[in-house]
Design a protein around this ligand. Structure first.
Ligand code: VNL
Length: 395
């Protein structure tokens, strides 16, 4: 009875926050009700590839691990926010109030995660960030757990590799929002510390970027390399303009985080991508048995599609949720967040831990080079930094 009253009060609080009449809340769940997981993703619009990858991976995890947890059916409710924060927030409210989800998950871009964080806090609903990667997201709510990565984490590898490998002068070029600013900040700090020099820092708009004027500027400045962060799915466009503008012939190298040579689009980039060195937490070419099985199963379930780093964030996110639900016997709220903290397991990307203090993911970061393997382009890993924590805050 006590528990039921708390739950009703909680639902009423959410209804008020959502601007809905309090009477709209339904009674608390019974043991026989399914456990619902609300997965909010950009399934349409410019970032639809992220939605497609995360959804496919979440469904693969469920197909492999069964549709019940702690004796209750698990129901995945997928919602399309089109990549717009107002829509994400509204969908999250509806999922909490109407569908009574135990977990909110997904979040393809930083602004979408930030817009939802207050709802997670108010309703005490665990929120698993499977894609977005600005360092500060984790601080937006004590109910957030992250299974993707952070840009500072991914940037470290290439920022340390470059000055040791003949790259002395760099221009940075990033998307002008959270993850891009994180990447720029960490790259400049670490690359400079390693003896390199950043001669210019360019920021391109997140939406409909025209790279031409920026790449022209890079060409005129003739650095040894341009360091790039662009969100998943956009890299092919940059690569095309990079060659069209003759930057490769002018001797400018392209380096970046692995978002730019995203496995989802890499194979279509053609020879221009060969030799591009990036650092990241996941490559479809990762050599472990666990990854080989993951890539094969993902391809089989999705018409041969290759999983990218977004897919692995979704797959591991479902694992963290399933494991935590087993531990709490289906209970949600604070107990469920507590059961997510400290989980350690072998992901297709390699060993990972959900840091018990920060709730953020700790993982290996690999240095990779684009090579042709068996007729296809892959990010081939050749070095790694072990168990990297997000270095973003206090950088
Ligand atoms: C974000 C970060 C989005 C990295 C991305 O692709 C990405 C973000 C959509 O935090 O917004 O590759």
């Amino acid at each position: 009875m006590q528990e039921k009253r708390i739950t009703l009060r909680r639902l009423a609080a959410v209804a008020i926050a959502a601007g809905l009449p309090v009477g709209a809340t339904a009674p608390a769940f019974a043991q026989s009700d399914p456990i619902r997981i609300g997965l909010i993703l950009p399934m349409t619009g410019p970032f639809a590839s992220t939605g497609r990858q995360v959804e496919a991976a979440a469904k693969l995890y469920m197909a492999q691990h069964g549709g019940t947890v702690a004796g209750r059916k698990v129901e995945l409710i997928v919602k399309d926010d089109g990549g717009t924060a107002d829509v994400t927030r509204r969908l999250a409210q509806e999922l909490v109030v109407n569908d009574k989800v135990a977990v909110l998950a997904g979040f393809g871009l930083t602004p979408l995660a930030l817009a939802t964080a207050p709802i997670a806090t108010q309703s005490k609903t665990p929120m698993v960030v499977m894609a977005a990667a600005t360092s500060s997201i984790i601080e937006a709510s004590p109910f957030i757990v992250r299974t993707s990565f952070t840009l500072p984490q991914a940037t470290l590898g290439i920022a340390e590799w470059a000055p040791k490998n003949g790259i002395r002068k760099v221009v940075t070029l990033v998307s002008d929002y959270g993850p891009g600013i994180d990447a720029e900040k960490v790259f400049v700090a670490r690359f400079t510390r390693g003896g390199g020099q950043v001669t210019d820092s360019l920021r391109v708009p997140l939406r409909n970027p025209d790279f031409a004027p920026f790449l022209q500027k890079v060409r005129d400045e003739k650095p040894d390399a341009v360091f790039v962060f662009l969100p998943s799915g956009v890299g092919a466009q940059l690569m095309k303009q990079f060659t069209e503008r003759g930057l490769d012939k002018a001797g400018v190298r392209l380096i970046g985080t692995g978002d730019v040579t995203d496995d989802d689009i890499l194979n279509d980039m053609g020879d221009a991508a060969l030799g591009v060195v990036t650092s990241h937490h996941y490559s479809a070419a990762h050599g472990s048995a666990a990854n080989k099985a993951f890539v094969a199963a993902f391809g089989k379930a999705n018409n041969g599609m290759r999983p990218n780093f977004m897919a692995v964030g979704g797959y591991d996110g479902m694992r963290v949720i399933y494991t935590a639900l087993e531990a709490t016997k289906g209970a949600g709220g604070e107990a469920l967040v507590a059961a997510m903290k400290g989980q350690s397991f072998e992901s297709p990307r390699g060993p990972v831990t959900i840091d018990a203090q920060t709730r953020d993911i700790v993982q290996d970061i690999y240095i990779r080079k684009v090579e042709r393997v068996g007729g296809q382009l892959y990010n081939v890993e050749f070095d790694s930094l072990k168990a990297v924590k997000d270095p973003g805050r206090g950088q």
